[in-house]
Design a protein around this ligand. Structure first.
Ligand SMILES: [Ca+2]
Ligand SMILES: [Ca+2]
Length: 91
């Protein structure tokens, strides 16, 4: 049987980056307010590698990760998204 579980290995690139982002949450939370703003998110994700994400992908990431819609990603939201993200990113 093929498992329907999605691992980090076959997750979309943006989700792999988001997993790393959760691990380094404090590093990317530059102003230390405990939230990643869209700007901090963009900076963090784009600092991880040469393949930068489009604004459209960030729009989508914010929709997925910012579950309470306050335009910033809390640690809890980031962790929840790390667990559920690959499913949410499927079309
Ligand atoms: Ca912050
Ligand atoms: Ca939020």
């Amino acid at each position: 049987m093929v498992s329907c579980a999605t691992t980090a290995e076959n997750a979309p690139p943006i989700h792999r980056k988001m997993l790393l982002l959760v691990e380094r949450f404090d590093q990317f939370d530059e102003d230390g307010d405990g939230y990643l703003s869209r700007m901090e998110l963009e900076k963090g994700v784009n600092s991880m590698g040469p393949d930068r994400l489009t604004q459209e992908q960030f729009d989508r990431a914010m929709l997925v990760y910012d579950t309470n819609g306050d335009n910033r990603v809390s640690r809890a939201e980031a962790k929840a998204a790390a667990a559920n993200g690959p499913v949410l990113f499927e079309n």
